[in-house]
Design a protein around this ligand. Structure first.
Ligand SMILES: Cc1cc2nc3c(=O)[nH]c(=O)nc-3n(C[C@H](O)[C@H](O)[C@H](O)COP(=O)(O)OP(=O)(O)OC[C@H]3O[C@@H](n4cnc5c(N)ncnc54)[C@H](O)[C@@H]3O)c2cc1C
Length: 371
């Protein structure tokens, strides 16, 4: 594989164009894989892996290519230009994989990383609970010691891709004496364990991309603890930071969608065009912010807030101005129904604003209500 980024970009472009031509490439679908695209996405991921484009910046001993982050950026950019998926499973590539690389034992790295890149394992994220979303530290799912391992009991919700996943990254309370951060552990959980009941939930788009997951004394082995016992919060915050800052080449898609809106509204009156120009200006500012942030986890809350608020504004304008008849990049009505969920997934806009105030601007912490 070419070391020079220019040569590498040419190689990638040729591979992607060939894959489009022979019908093996999978269209982009964002951070949550729609269940009806599972087969196409898995076949595409296997092809990416076999051709050496999976895990470009992951170490070679775990199935990656040992190349630079810049190589990875080139790959995601070229995929975004062609509106192709750059990987199959966000939860595996952006959340579980990097967490295992940072916190895993050698055995865990050997067991999970290559098989994630090769699409043998699909992951889901088992963090949120009915009573714990923004205030995740209040989670109540318990992992109780049982022989060498634990049994897990509780309920998770909004678990994207859980109905397709073989493994989940799971947060559970292991120390009942500590109701805060210090009582939580992080597990690499086998979704085929006994006592697991996965029930898909229907979204307002009509799709079923996330699920409720009921856990009834489901066993977890000692070997599947990631990071220290009761020290799972540090692993979780690293995963949440990766989740917020994972923009990939989102700026390219954002520009493509804005260009499409500009083209589709060309013949509308000055008032409508004025609204579209505002969106084009916001798109340009958001694109610059994404480029400047370069995936820096510290800037993640800014980036996540800007992206998801922009998409809400753009999709609303698209439906208002074009109605269901508007064609172009994506289906405006589905995009419009999808966008509000993105302001919630991975931490709501209000929580991003809190993080920006407290961590980026150094403002006083928000007061906690007294119990
Ligand atoms: C499309 C989608 C996919 C998701 N996928 C996953 C997944 O795969 N795995 C997973 O674990 N979770 C997932 N989630 C869950 C997501 O992380 C939570 O929905 C989110 O963290 C918010 O939690 P909540 O729904 O419990 O809302 P709550 O925390 O109950 O919040 C309700 C409202 O109160 C506001 N609020 C709460 N606290 C504060 C505060 N301190 N200051 C100001 N306002 C506040 C919130 O902004 C929100 O408007 C997904 C959600 C969506 C929409």
């Amino acid at each position: 594989m070419a070391d020079s980024l220019v040569e590498f970009r040419n190689e990638v472009a040729e591979f992607l164009d060939t894959s489009i031509a022979d019908g093996t490439a999978c269209p982009a679908f964002g951070s949550i894989m729609p269940p009806d695209m599972f087969d196409a996405a898995r076949a595409w991921q296997r092809r990416i892996f076999e051709r050496g484009y999976a895990g470009l910046h992951w170490p070679t001993e775990y199935g990656g290519q040992g190349l630079s982050v810049e190589h990875h950026h080139v790959w995601t950019e070229e995929c975004a230009r062609r509106q192709l998926a750059s990987y199959m499973n966000f939860q595996g590539f952006v959340l579980a994989g990097p967490a295992i690389l940072k916190f895993g034992t050698e055995e865990q790295k050997q067991q999970y990383l290559r098989s994630t890149l090769a699409a043998e394992i699909v992951w889901c994220q088992l963090f949120s609970e009915p009573g714990s979303g923004s205030d995740l530290v209040s989670l109540s799912t318990k992992a109780e010691a049982d022989g060498d391992g634990w049994v897990v009991t509780g309920q998770k919700v909004w678990s994207s891709t859980a109905q397709l996943a073989q493994h989940g990254i799971l947060l559970a309370r292991t120390n009942g004496d500590d109701p805060g951060h210090g009582g939580i552990s992080f597990f690499l959980f086998d979704m085929a364990s006994p006592g697991v009941d996965v029930r898909p939930l229907k979204q307002m788009t009509g799709d079923q991309e996330f699920c409720e997951v009921f856990l009834d004394a489901a066993p977890v082995a000692q070997a599947d603890l990631l990071g220290p016992l009761h020290g799972g919060w540090r692993v979780a915050t690293s995963v949440l930071a990766d989740e917020r800052s994972a923009v990939g080449a989102a700026g390219i898609g954002l520009e493509q969608r804005t260009e499409a809106l500009l083209a589709q509204t060309r013949d509308l009156g000055p008032v409508e065009r004025d609204r579209v120009v505002d969106i084009a200006v916001a798109a340009s500012a958001t694109r610059r912010l994404l480029d400047r942030s370069a995936g820096d986890p510290f800037l993640g809350p800014l980036v996540k807030l800007a992206m998801t608020e922009f998409e809400t504004t753009r999709t609303r304008a698209s439906v208002d101005l074009l109605g269901p008849a508007g064609a172009g990049v994506g289906d405006p009505q589905t995009e419009f129904l999808y966008a509000p969920g993105m302001r919630v997934a991975g931490g709501t806009s209000e929580i991003q604003r809190n993080l920006i105030g407290e961590r980026l601007l150094g403002l006083p912490r928000e007061p906690k209500p007294r119990s």
